[in-house]
Design a binder for this molecule. Structure first.
Ligand SMILES: Nc1nc2c(ncn2[C@@H]2O[C@H](COP(=O)(O)OP(=O)(O)OP(=O)(O)O)[C@@H](O)[C@H]2O)c(=O)[nH]1
Ligand SMILES: [Mg+2]
Length: 206
């Protein structure tokens, strides 16, 4: 499993026209605003604060790219479902994220984050359907599980298994940045996706 020893912020993109092609596999983090995307990215990178975390929903409005020394990029996507933004801003975000997810050649996998405490929103289900229909490799991370009791977690996990369609190489991973639960499993999923993307690129080049 590639270990990340170093991770640094590369650049942000707000305008879809400014998305660049990067010659490295990318792992993107998607989910509703405040679900814990930036926190999870920091946990994976092993560096607190490399991605900005905030109690205020809607903090990450751009796509933020981070380089790791393990040969792949971590990509923090802006969150959806934040009520306090205008329709036009919401549409701009949608276009940016959609273009990124459909046009990135080196998209090795998408981690779709769902808040373990709440019933999935219609936007959560929509993104899950969309990822599946597009044939993208994705897994689901159920976030903030430290806030649940054991019984609640078992119940919500069973519920999530019913509501979401998993990718054939996907997984449903309970995750907490507070306890570290799920980090190992998620890292091994990410490693497998990165390895697969690198192998596919070699096949294309031959
Ligand atoms: N208890 C607990 N809190 C968490 C966890 N993950 C994130 N949080 C908290 O949830 C809040 C939002 O976290 P962020 O990582 O900024 O969420 P985000 O999805 O990046 O939010 P946007 O950038 O607004 O889309 C912060 O107050 C975090 O400290 C977790 O596993 N457990
Ligand atoms: Mg964020």
């Amino acid at each position: 499993m590639p270990k990340i020893n170093r991770c640094s912020f590369l650049y942000s993109v707000v305008d879809p026209k400014c998305l660049k092609s990067e010659p490295h596999p990318q792992i993107a983090f998607a989910g509703r605003s405040n679900v814990g995307k930036s926190s999870l990215l920091n946990a994976i990178a092993g560096i607190r604060g490399v991605a900005k975390v905030s109690k205020t929903p809607g903090k990450t409005r751009a796509i933020n790219f981070f380089a790791t020394d393990a040969g792949f990029l971590l990509v923090d996507l802006p969150g959806y479902g934040f009520a306090k933004v205008s329709k036009s801003v919401r549409e701009e975000w949608g276009k940016l994220v959609e273009k990124y997810l459909t046009k990135t050649d080196w998209l090795a996998g998408v981690v779709h984050l769902i808040d373990s405490r709440h019933a999935p929103t219609s936007l959560d289900i929509e993104l899950n359907d969309w990822l599946r229909e597009r044939g993208l490799s994705y897994c689901i991370a159920l976030t903030k599980v430290d806030k649940l009791s054991g019984n609640e977690l078992a119940k919500n996990l069973a519920h999530a298994k019913q509501r979401f369609t998993l990718h054939e190489r996907g997984a449903l991973i309970p995750f907490s940045v507070k306890t570290g639960l799920g980090k190992k499993e998620l890292m091994s999923w990410i490693s497998a996706r990165v390895k697969n993307a690198l192998e596919e690129s070699c096949r294309i080049e031959q």
